[in-house]
Design a protein. Structure first.
Lengths: 174, 331, 556
């Protein structure tokens, strides 16, 4: 998983570099400071989900299955909330502000970077949901905690990437 | 390898007779600087090659197993820190020397100041031809670059600004300078100060599409007088009376791409044809500028340069002859 | 550790062909997957060779009309893409797959199913790329195989300049095989870090394992930038993005940066495993331990790190600032130091030895000379002003073929001959192998020595024809002649190995009197590799067994 994280980190680095390189270079169309509003609440949701997944795994190891399930589902909910927030932001940008991937450099780099991250969140959520399904069909046991640790490493990575993306897009780029 | 190199570094006369685009026959300061550095680098690398090859050959021969050898294994030597240190430090020193030599030439070529006497030319790369604009002289031409010779005592270099209208290209005339790329939305700049008159050849050196191979370069270095005569001619407008050919030219799609000063033709996609007959070649060097080739080019560009951007105009023979005759008046 | 060799129990040969093929297609055994990678690579080596032959025949004389410019441009694009991604990388992964678990005393790779998945992704990528010859016609009837060069510079790859789907075949096939590459790299790293046999600390594992570990790390870090850049290209081509769109303020140069951040470490991904092969063969045939094992490890890691900082030496002519150019001169030259150290260490291994010149060693000695030359022409190119003349010319083409054919392919051929007895249990024909060596050597030098000259005389690369009177004619003719020697060499190699597979003499488990763990199994090894997990005390476990009076672990 560390290797996979390394590879994914390299991909994100390239998209971040492209984003930073093109900051301020759009020749037309909406500019970041005009249309971007930092999604603080939904970011907090995603960050919180790292805590909940960690707590969930501690409960699993301690054989506290009910609490594990509660925290695991909460993680899913928080992740889904983040995606909802992204979707809402995009609807606003596309239909209200007229910013699409083909509008200008900002549009291209923004949707690519945030979209790539959202795609990774989605993949993570699908994995989390399938684990939840395993729980609800009585297939999950504390012995599986090592595998779930590895999955949680992926989830933490996705959160860490968001910290970088958030900083680059909503702090530096504006 | 050594022999090959020494075969390539003869005196300049032999170098030029070997090839008109020989990088070892520099005729301009940037090419000279590169040449000097390259000899230093080549000799250093050749020396290293000889030294290590001798050792390798010696080892391969001396330490061969002989038929008379017993089956005992030779002494097992696992390493030696002194030896490792030696062959780390010595290469590192060589690297430093080469690096410093390179840094000096990089600075002298890339960061050379532009004197007030410099001639300015804007070069715009197109898919498969070169556009030249002399902004201060109000000249627009194509494919054949004319520059004045530069006297080392009173240099009159030519500074080229390199732009591209479509894909990446690269301006490479080996005897005058190293190559510099033409990249859209990324202006570059280079300079030459040729010490001798003559025709210098080169070609596009960055793959730009189907006819990259025939995007040839011809640089005419002229004496001051010749150059000024050429400038004056290029600044004149065409004077021939309107002909049937001009009528065909202006009423068919020719004017969409080509420009002829002083006429309604103002297309910019293809080369400016105002002084077409002052050029030795057409199609960016792909064919000599003769009546037959010119006619063939207009009739069927793919016959000379398959995949070039000029379409076959589908003219009737009569129109074709008329247009060719018209173009031949554009001196 | 037991010296008893466990005999292989063969399945009866009367199993129907379909079942045997099915075993191969569904296998997760690292040895079979390794062989599948190598067979796949060999087939594409021949395909890529045909593409090269077509190009060289077109260039044998000026203004030749054997093929159209469109065809020629497809040939050099496909030749480069095929040779890098579907020959060299699968070869390297194949060797790693087969040898790493055996050499570290493991039963298989860490993730056998991921291993199979990665191979089939690579295979799928290769088929997809070649399907472009049939299916590349998009709208406008344009397309067919990609013709944008193997590094596909923007904006030539934009929809405006690359009409049809040919570029998309390039992009997608490499995206797919890139996933396979990263999967294999993850497998190699996990296997080496987690599955070494007892007693085999990191400092006691064979150099091949160290070098493949470094290669795995480089793949993980370097293939991803290519993947990212290709995703951006797809966004540009299909979603109207502007990453590389000059009109919207986009940059062609940034594609170059992203591509070469991948492209340069990529050549080390190919070269380092070739070094690994040489590092195993040279000691055995010199009858001495490798000289300076710890330094070799450090030098390799240094090469790995530095290789990630040199990429823009492919961009010296692009118009970077003098400061940037100067930096990349320094970083590129710096890599010459650890590389030179390795050459000297191999030389020192031979020094004072008792060298046997069987085919594997002959290829390794040629490798040493040729890698030396390749490295030195690389140093000349690292001198940025010289690169302003030589870049994008046939000198560069000569340089990198010297590395990839002269060094890497020669090492791979050495590896073929060295491990063929282990993989098949049969010996190849030594006389034929020596003949093949000389044929290929002559061909290689005819082509690639003389190829430096047109570059020095101003001939750029990627041109389908050239003007007479530039002084290039004779050299091009000689270069083309060399192709036929090389082709016969390759065909002879394949024939030798194929025939020897059926009719070669039995090889036994250790025909070369070697020292690493794979030689302690039967030939071919049983599916489970080792009946008893080996326990080792030094870097050369079999030396310790064969020389109990003077084992290695006393000196390490």
């Amino acid at each position: 998983m560390y290797c996979l994280i390394g590879a994914e980190a390299a991909i994100f680095t390239i998209f971040v570099v492209a984003y930073l390189f093109y900051v301020g270079k759009s020749v037309s169309g909406p500019q970041p400071k005009d249309v971007l509003h930092a999604p603080v609440f939904f970011t907090a949701c995603l960050m919180a989900s790292s805590f909940t997944i960690h707590a969930a795994l501690r409960r699993l190891v301690a054989n506290n299955m009910a609490e594990f399930a509660r925290l695991w589902v909460l993680t899913i909910v928080l992740g889904a909330a983040f995606l909802y927030g992204t979707a809402r932001e995009w609807v606003q940008l596309i239909f209200h502000d007229g910013l699409t991937v083909s509008t200008n450099l900002f549009g291209t780099t923004y949707y690519s970077l945030v979209g790539l991250h959202a795609f990774h969140v989605t993949m993570g959520l699908l994995a989390l949901i399938s684990v939840a399904l395993c729980y609800f069909t009585d297939r999950l046991r504390p012995e599986h905690s090592e595998r779930l640790e590895i999955l949680s490493m992926y989830w933490h990575f996705v959160d860490a990437v968001w910290v970088v993306v958030f900083t680059v897009v909503y702090v530096i780029g504006v | 390898m050594c022999l090959l190199f020494s075969a390539i570094v003869p005196r300049k006369v032999e170098a030029v007779s070997m090839s008109p685009t020989n990088i070892f026959a520099p005729a301009s300061t940037p090419a000279d600087s590169v040449f000097g550095l390259s000899i230093f680098v080549i000799l250093t690398c050749a020396a290293i090659f000889v030294a290590v090859s001798v050792l390798l050959t010696y080892a391969a021969v001396k330490f061969r197993v002989r038929r008379s050898d017993d089956r005992a294994e030779p002494a097992q030597i696992y390493g030696s820190n002194q030896v490792e240190l030696a062959w780390t430090v010595i290469p590192a020193l060589i690297v430093v020397a080469l690096f410093l030599a390179s840094a000096r030439v990089i600075a002298s070529v890339q960061d050379a100041p532009r004197p007030a006497t410099a001639l300015e030319v804007v070069v715009i790369g197109h898919q498969y031809w070169w556009e030249y604009r002399y902004p201060k002289l109000d000249i627009v031409t194509a494919n054949e670059l004319h520059v004045p010779v530069s006297d080392p005592a009173h240099p009159t270099p030519t500074f080229l600004t390199l732009l591209s209208a479509d894909t990446d290209h690269s301006f490479w005339v080996p005897r005058l300078a190293g190559k510099t790329d033409l990249i859209p939305n990324h202006p570059n700049s280079m300079w030459i100060d040729p010490h001798e008159t003559g025709l210098f050849l080169g070609q596009c050196a960055q793959y730009c599409g189907t006819q990259h191979a025939k995007m040839l370069l011809r640089v005419y270095v002229q004496t001051r007088e010749e150059f000024e005569r050429w400038v004056r001619k290029q600044q004149q407008l065409p004077t021939a009376a309107v002909s049937a050919g001009q009528h065909v030219f202006e009423s068919t799609a020719c004017v969409n791409c080509h420009a002829v000063s002083g006429t309604p033709a103002k297309g910019v996609f293809g080369p400016d044809l105002t002084h077409l007959m002052s050029r030795d070649t057409i199609a960016s060097g792909a064919a000599p500028n003769t009546h037959e080739k010119l006619r063939l080019w207009i009739q069927n560009p793919d016959a000379l340069k398959p995949g070039s951007k000029m379409p076959a105009m589908g003219l009737s023979d009569r129109d074709l002859d008329a247009v060719t005759a018209y173009l031949e008046t554009l001196r | 550790m037991s010296t008893n060799i466990v005999e292989l129990t063969e399945l009866p040969a009367s199993r129907p062909l379909t079942l045997r093929l099915h075993d191969w297609v569904t296998t997760v055994d690292h040895k079979r997957l390794g062989l599948l990678y190598i067979l796949f690579a060999t087939v594409f080596l021949i395909v890529g060779g045909v593409e090269a032959t077509i190009m060289r025949l077109q260039l044998i004389r000026p203004l030749n009309t054997l093929v159209s410019p469109q065809t020629f441009n497809r040939m050099f694009t496909m030749h480069g893409t095929t040779m890098i991604f579907f020959v060299a990388m699968p070869m390297v992964f194949g060797f790693a797959n087969y040898l790493v678990p055996l050499m570290i005393g493991a039963r298989d790779m860490a993730f056998p199913r991921l291993n199979a998945f990665s191979f089939w992704m690579t295979a799928l990528g290769g088929m997809f790329l070649y399907f472009s010859f049939l299916g590349g016609d998009g709208l406008y009837g344009a397309g067919s195989a990609p013709d944008v060069g193997w590094f596909a510079y923007a904006p030539l790859t934009a929809k405006t300049f690359s009409v049809g789907h040919s570029t998309d075949f390039w992009t997608l096939s490499l995206l797919v095989s890139g996933i396979g590459s990263v999967g294999t790299a993850i497998n190699i790293i996990a296997t080496i870090l987690c599955m070494r046999c007892p007693g085999m600390t990191l400092g006691k594992m064979p150099l091949l394992a160290w070098l493949n570990l470094t290669m795995g790390g480089l793949v993980v870090l370097a293939v991803s930038p290519l993947t990212a850049a290709q995703l951006m290209l797809l966004v540009d081509r299909y979603l109207g993005g502007h990453f590389f769109d000059a009109q919207a303020g986009g940059s062609a140069v940034i594609w170059m940066h992203f591509f070469w951040v991948f492209g340069h470490p990529e050549v080390y991904v190919l070269a380092i495993p070739a070094f690994a092969i040489a590092s195993e063969i040279i000691p055995v045939f010199s009858r001495k331990a490798i000289f300076g094992y710890p330094v070799m490890v450090l030098a390799t890691i240094a090469i790995g790190f530095i290789s990630m900082s040199v990429w823009a030496h492919h961009m010296f002519t692009v118009g970077m600032t003098s400061g940037a150019n100067t930096f990349f001169v320094l970083s590129t030259m710096a890599i010459a130091v650890p590389t030179g150290i390795k050459i000297f260490n191999w030389l020192a291994t031979m020094w004072g030895g008792k060298i046997r010149f069987a085919a594997p060693m002959m290829f390794c000695v040629a490798f040493l000379f040729q890698f030396l030359v390749a490295g030195l022409t690389g140093v000349t190119l690292a001198v940025a002003p010289f690169d302003w003349q030589l870049g994008n010319s046939y000198y560069v083409v000569a340089h990198f073929h010297y590395v990839i054919v002269g060094a890497i392919l020669f090492a791979i051929f050495a590896g073929f001959y060295y491990w063929f007895p282990k993989v098949t249990g049969k010996m190849y024909n030594e006389a034929l192998a020596k003949l093949q060596f000389w044929l290929f050597l002559i061909g290689f030098h005819l082509t690639f020595d003389f190829m430096h000259i047109p570059g020095l005389l101003g001939m750029p690369r990627r041109i389908y024809t050239y003007e007479p009177g530039r002084g290039w004619d004779l050299w091009n003719a000689i270069i083309t002649i060399g192709v036929f020697f090389q082709a016969s060499g390759v065909l002879l190699l394949v024939a030798n190995l194929a025939i020897s597979y059926f009719r070669g003499k039995a090889a036994g488990s250790d025909p070369w009197d070697a020292w690493t763990l794979e030689w302690s199994t039967s030939s071919p090894p049983p599916a489970y590799n080792f009946a008893v997990t080996p326990v080792v005390r030094s870097r050369r476990p079999l030396w310790d067994i064969k020389h109990p009076e003077d084992p290695d672990w006393r000196y390490e």
